[in-house]
Ligand binder design. Structure first.
Ligand code: NAI
Length: 329
């Protein structure tokens, strides 16, 4: 029996987490879920969007599965996601991107792993309003955080038989901050036999849409990592299939790349694949590799059989898609 935290989120969060829990349970994995809520819905009762009980639960259980939480745009509370990553020091955001069976995309053979620094850069939330017409955000990059994420990327690459790491910056313009990130990657790379390649983020985006197969592991600071991982999600069929994980020294939170998709929330249209792929990685992480593999096979056969949600051009509802996976386990 595993004790794990589930952060249910909002928008499509509850629909896709119910779907994923149903599939994991049908696969016979014994999990005692500590279900936690966060975001706008809890503010009225608890005063904050990320109550301490959520952090305590992840600290207790060490591993969490999380669905998206809405962040107000341009006003309101700070992102629950960013806060959680900071509180638990989940410094590495890992987003493997590869083609799924029978999901039509522009390119075949895409196999890219995005490693994004998760704790600093413009996401540190250091902003100030200077006057009515001027605001500024501080882009904070430190050597310790940059070396730590570079080491994570290289360790991951070695462990997973990848061929090289490409560090992505804008060090020609942000000479000090991105320069420090680049310098840290070079320093760490010297300890590994795998090569480090270097590219500027604008060129990287162009190369990704023209020839994604030239890339292997991408190492990026927080903001570029956020943007480039959505770009990579677009290469493999969109946000509905893009998995992710936030990993630190002591804790790990597995969650899809996508947000709460308010435009389709509550309509039984959401694709649970991204959340399910994240959950499969979580199962591997807790040693349930066999169940993870069975669920992945059932998912792939379902897609192969042409059962797909609307975002992938199909007609299956979230419930129909979920039941189809369960029947193929
Ligand atoms: P989004 O990822 O929620 O949606 C972008 C588009 O992709 C929408 O058209 C949506 O319908 C579609 N989409 C996303 N996931 C899908 C799925 N599973 N199945 C089918 N279609 C899907 O991005 P958006 O609209 O920019 O953000 C909405 C909210 O989510 C914002 O408040 C944002 O801050 C938050 N957000 C939360 C994240 C998290 O909790 N980790 C990550 C990204 C955004």
């Amino acid at each position: 029996m595993h004790n794990l935290t589930l952060i249910k989120g909002d928008g499509i969060g509850p629909e896709i987490s119910d779907a994923v829990l149903k599939i994991i349970s049908a696969a016979g994995v014994d999990i005692n879920w500590d279900i936690q809520t966060a975001g706008a819905d809890v503010i009225e009762a608890e005063g904050v969007p990320l109550p301490q009980r959520v952090i305590d639960s992840v600290k207790r259980n060490k591993v969490a599965l999380k669905s998206p939480v809405t962040t107000p745009i341009g006003k309101g509370f700070r992102s629950v996601n960013v806060q959680l990553r900071k509180e638990l020091d989940l410094y590495a955001n890992l987003r493997p991107c590869y083609n799924l069976p029978n999901v039509k995309t522009r390119y075949d053979g895409v196999d890219i792993v995005v490693v994004r620094e998760n704790t600093e850069d413009l996401y540190a939330g250091i902003e100030r309003q200077i006057d009515d017409d001027t605001a500024e955000s501080i882009k904070r990059i430190t050597r310790s955080a940059s070396e730590r994420i570079a080491k994570f990327a290289f360790d991951y690459a070695v462990k997973n038989n990848r061929k090289f790491v490409t560090v992505v910056t804008k060090a020609n313009i942000c000479k000090l901050s991105d320069g420090l990130f680049l310098d840290s990657a070079r320093k760490i790379a010297a300890d590994y036999y795998l090569p480090l390649k270097e590219i500027l983020v604008d060129n990287c985006c162009m190369q990704l849409v023209q020839n994604p197969n030239q890339f292997d592991v991408l190492l990026l600071p927080n903001l570029y990592g956020d943007i480039v991982s959505d770009l990579c999600a677009g290469l493999i069929g969109g946000l509905g299939v893009a998995q992710g994980a936030n990993i630190g020294k002591d804790y790990a939170v597995f969650e899809p790349v996508h947000g709460s998709a308010p435009d389709i929330a509550g309509q039984n249209k959401a694709n649970p694949t991204a959340m399910l792929m994240s959950a499969i990685e979580m199962l591997n992480y807790i040693g349930e590799n066999d169940a993870g593999q069975r669920i992945k096979s059932a998912l792939f056969i379902t897609l192969q059989d042409g059962i797909k949600t609307a975002d992938l051009g199909g007609i299956a509802s979230c419930t129909e898609f979920t039941n189809s996976i369960i029947s193929r386990l």
